[in-house]
Design a protein around this ligand. Structure first.
Ligand SMILES: Nc1ncnc2c1ncn2[C@@H]1O[C@H](COP(=O)(O)OP(=O)(O)O)[C@@H](O)[C@H]1O
Ligand SMILES: [Mg+2]
Length: 298
């Protein structure tokens, strides 16, 4: 058995590569060779009307990039993918995540998709600002739909700030969201692998409203109660994810989903909780492949 993990070609810092390296280590312990491949290997090509794949010799693909074309190609080529196209694309875009989870009894902050803009004409801005202001009041949160690591998140306090942030994000997909004041600078990350909740950690910022570890937040293990565990499993199931890190805000009536990360970094989580995330994910992948193999034989 041989697997491959595809990583983004541009971002290959130690912090990012920790994840694929730990996965390689855990697979090796289980007797499986895992190759780390950069997306710059261009593993797929459409040629002569057919899809050509350089991954034919691998039994599974762990996708640590977010390039939907690569993942669509992998699925078309028939290689088992972890996570799959549906989950990765639904999580990459924060608005699509909320739309996929809506009407399933999942608590989320009130959220309004931003307008799609192709040309930087200004006349729509006033109308849009009036609506956003009436819907949320201040402060409110503006997020780039494809933001991560706390980048592309804005806490907006008044009309002047709203105008400048809307100008800033106008040509990027974005959303407007209710600010959950009770959770300012604090959130809960729950990690799920297959049908198991591996644990939780609370992240606390040193002053910023964003608690991301990448922005200096501090992590501490946090017990996940039965309600939060069942909610997390339901979210992973709805988004068809084999692995994810779900970020929750602490609302006044309980947890609210902030976002779901299909490629959640787990270095901070392993450090804070002592849980072997890479090992659990590797075991899950092998168990799922074995079960699928048995099903195919029947
Ligand atoms: N609506 C909100 N109310 C209060 N805090 C928020 C809200 N949305 C995000 N945050 C804070 O900002 C952080 C980053 O937001 P998140 O949506 O998880 O984006 P990223 O992909 O950048 O991690 C969260 O972990 C949380 O601390
Ligand atoms: Mg987050």
């Amino acid at each position: 058995m041989r697997g491959v993990v595809i990583c983004n070609a541009y971002y290959q810092t130690d912090e990012i590569m920790y994840q694929p390296r730990r996965l390689r280590e855990e697979f090796s312990r289980l007797g499986v060779e895992l190759t780390i491949m950069s997306a710059s290997a261009f593993p797929f090509c459409v040629e002569g009307g057919a899809l050509r794949s350089a991954l034919a010799g691998y039994d599974f693909l762990i996708f640590w990039d977010k390039d939907k074309y690569l993942l669509a190609a992998a699925e078309a080529a028939g290689i088992p993918t972890f996570n799959g196209y549906f989950g990765v694309t639904a999580c990459d875009d924060k608005m699509l995540t909320f739309l996929a989870l809506a009407d399933h009894g999942i608590p989320m902050p009130k959220t309004l998709p931003g307008l799609l803009c192709y040309r930087p004409e200004k006349h729509v801005l006033k109308e849009a600002s009036d609506r956003v202001e009436a819907e949320f009041g201040y402060p409110l949160v503006v997020k780039e739909s494809y933001g991560s690591l706390g980048r592309g998140e804005y806490l907006v306090h008044d009309r002047t700030e709203l105008a400048s942030v809307m100008e800033e994000v106008r040509l990027k997909p974005h959303l407007f969201q209710e600010f959950i004041a009770e959770s300012a600078g604090r959130d809960l990350r729950v990690v799920v692998v297959g049908e198991r909740v591996l644990g939780g950690m609370v992240r606390t910022s040193g002053g910023d409203f964003r608690s991301n570890l990448a922005r200096g937040g501090k992590a501490e293990a946090y017990p996940v109660d039965e309600g939060a565990a069942q909610l997390s499993l339901k979210i992973a199931r709805l988004l068809r994810l084999d692995y994810c890190g779900i970020d929750y805000l602490f609302g006044k009536d309980g947890l609210l989903v902030c976002e779901v990360n299909s490629n959640a970094f787990f270095q901070g989580f392993e450090g804070a909780t002592g849980v072997n995330v890479a090992g659990a994910y590797a075991e899950h992948i092998l168990a799922k492949l074995a079960a699928d193999g048995r099903r195919a034989e029947r």
